[in-house]
Design a protein around this ligand. Sequence first.
Ligand code: GLU
Length: 428
Amino acid sequence: MPDKSFNAFKIAQEQFDKVADYLGLDQATRDLLRNPLREYHFLIPVRMDDGSVKVFQGFRVQHNDARGPAKGGVRFHPQETIDTVKALAMWMTWKCSVVDIPLGGGKGGVVCDPHNLSEREQENLCRGWVRQVAYNIGPYLDVPAPDVMTSGQHMVWMMDEFEKIHNGRFPGVITGKPQGMGGSLGRTEATGYGVVYVLREALSEMGIDIRKTKAAFQGFGNVSRHAVELYSQYGGVPLCVSCWDQEEQKAFTYLKEDGIDLQELLKITNRFGEIDKDEARKLGYEVLPGDAWIEQDVDILVPAALEHQITGENASRISPRVKIVVEGANGPTTPDADLILQERGIFVIPDFLANAGGVTCSYFEQVQCNMNYFWTKDEVLSKLDTKMTEAYLQVSALARERKLYMRDAAYVIAIQRVVEACKWRGWI
Ligand code: GLU
């Protein structure tokens, strides 16, 4: 869990400042982009199943919407803080920009642990969240989506509440919806597949055959699972995944020498996404401490859980064999760890590029909702592959050309596009 000294927003600002210096941005531009345009803090009273009322804290942050409506998920997490949401909103701005989709950056959150809430309580919480921002979000204003511990069902409850308030059908108000409810085919796979599309391109640039690689995955949520799925289909060997265990309040790493089997693991996973340790052992998995994924003898590390996972303290444990870190999660690497990775010549595909597949498919979902015409899964995934590959190739070309660290190259492209949009609008 994040320690008290860790502040994702400070990191996001530090990363921005470094590139702002490199680009020589003026003071007004820096002031505008290193902070959110708008942030909403509110309370959400929820009637609990036992008749009592519990008051939750909620947030929505719109970092920048110069390129289009704000876009970004809503997280349910007991350790949620406004600074984390602000950082994530800022990263959404860069994410939408680096893949060149016409959307800005936003993020929302509720301080809560859905493990301890019934279905009905979660529904009340989703509806309560929407009531507080019903006039600040919308298909042409700000479009939420799922994120950590929120699902398609949560999105439908939120959409339904919005539609009740605004008296109409507005499927474009939210993305990540289930199919038949305005959802897009391929949305569930999109983030994890996107991670592997950019990994595939990086390996091909390095002349490495993906079938001869091994990878360690951190996390066993939607991103990690689909990344494991496509990476295995491409012939790579996923050596291990780590997964949170609610009962023990810590994560464990599940490892199999000849590669983990996603379907096998899913069969012993409960509805909260936790793997049953005893069943895993019976199936021949080694069950190791949660942070063991980072020190495995693999070619590729895929942190796909939460922010602040590869740090100055643990980066030295990364095996000399590791050539690539692909950031499936948002903000998994701290700036001091970045320096270590850079010194060791490990190639990093930064979060807001690597995991942009989710929001890119959200954009496709919005387009389909607005047309009221839905594409096939193959169409969606092939459009996604094209977008991700193009974005990756632009960033890696710039990194080579200007000898920049990949994260900085991605920032240069993303920030320049947002600055340009702000200039067009006459904001700066
Ligand atoms: N929560 C995802 C992200 O961080 C998706 C956001 C979206 O689809 O709007 O990129």
